[in-house]
Design a protein around this ligand. Structure first.
Ligand code: SF4
Ligand code: SF4
Length: 349
């Protein structure tokens, strides 16, 4: 069947864990407090950082430190601040390898007062962190009091300046405009926004602000128009799965491209081999189909024949919904597939 060459990453995220304080309805990586308490091993992560540092040198000039969602390296999860000591050690390691544009992504659960927030951010900055990405959206504030997010934004701007990313600014401003204190159930958010904006033009829930993948189609699918499986049949995912920007490496060392959580291109501890020699597609039944011409159709046919997959009568909100629904079904039948990992991802949707 041939080989698929994993991309040499232009930008990457390292998931310290899938464990999170939250179980956001839109989470692409299906993170939650229920996940096993597994964390990336520092020694293994250091080896990965060494390789990333070499690869990044092909793209970035010496000393480059401008932060952007698709630039450099970010530490993420799950929630990285649940293990602050590990986060700090990883930032130090990234800094010692001169990795460009290192930032951390957080939901700000830990920003309970100004002193704690400042103390942690200053420590990280002194250890070499270049910036921060603060999650701000109606799903995070279902569980995180909005004042913690505002506090993180205010103090981060002081410490990291323009290397502070609020993701997404549209939601941050929206929630600020209703003077939210504390948390807000999503249903209430929706009714407030519908009253203000009956056509839904500025709700931020429309394309391109939300990616219709991961947990979202299962929890929020009722908000979107649905289509039949055949409407996605002519799509291939070659581009997404071989994309070199914003790849992820999880705490089980799965090399994940295209935001395609639950699909592994192999063990990132061997990243150089993955990129140089590629993977044998005979051993990757899902990836081999998804990257071929009419890949979604091929995956659907394979899953129907081999695993008895049946099309959902209520349709799909996106090709990623269809792809994930098929993969989830396969995982409920298969013991272990090299390209569908980690298993727990499929159990936490
Ligand atoms: S979206 Fe972020 S905060 Fe929410 S569950 Fe996922 S990792 Fe946690
Ligand atoms: S359809 Fe599947 S493989 Fe393709 S981009 Fe979506 S999640 Fe990734």
């Amino acid at each position: 069947m041939g080989r698929l060459y994993a991309p040499r990453p232009l930008s990457a995220g390292i998931l310290l864990t899938y464990k999170c304080t939250n179980e956001c309805q839109h989470c692409m990586y299906a993170c939650s407090p229920k996940w096993r308490d597994d964390w990336i091993d520092l020694k293994a992560a250091e080896k990965i950082l060494e390789v990333l540092s070499k690869v990044f040198r092909e793209y970035y000039p010496e000393g480059f430190n401008q932060v952007g969602v698709n630039i450099g390296l970010h530490f993420t999860g799950g929630e990285p601040f649940l293990n602050f000591d590990l986060l700090l050690s990883l930032v130090e390691a990234a800094s010692s390898h001169n990795i460009p544009s290192v930032f951390v992504e957080t939901n700000c659960f830990w920003c309970v007062n100004d002193d704690i927030t400042e103390e942690k951010l200053v420590k990280l900055k002194k250890s070499g962190l270049d910036g921060i990405l603060i999650s701000a959206n109606p799903f995070v504030v279902e569980q995180i009091p909005f004042e913690r997010i505002e506090r993180a934004a205010k103090i981060s701007r002081r410490i990291f300046g323009r290397n502070t990313i609020i993701y997404q600014e549209i939601f941050f401003q929206q929630i600020k405009s209703i003077n939210l204190k504390g948390t807000l159930p999503f249903k209430e958010y929706l009714s407030i926004m519908r009253e203000r904006d009956p056509l839904g033009l500025y709700s931020g829930l429309s394309y391109p602000s939300m990616l219709l993948m991961g947990r979202l189609p299962y929890r929020l699918g009722y908000l979107y128009r649905r289509k039949a499986a055949k409407d996605f049949f002519n799509e291939s995912c070659f581009e997404e799965l071989t994309r070199n920007w914003h790849v992820h490496i999880d705490n089980y060392y799965n090399y994940i491209t295209g935001y395609c959580a639950g699909i592994s291109l192999g063990d990132a501890r061997d990243l150089e081999t993955l990129c140089q020699d590629g993977i044998d597609l005979d051993k990757y039944p899902i990836v081999s189909r998804l990257t071929s011409f009419e890949g979604i159709k091929k995956l659907f046919t394979y899953a129907s024949k081999e695993y008895g997959y049946e099309e959902r009568k209520d349709g799909y909100v996106s090709k990623c919904h269809l792809c994930l629904d098929i993969r989830r079904h396969i995982m409920s039948r298969a013991n272990d597939l090299k390209d569908l990992r980690p298993r727990e991802f499929y159990e936490r949707l």
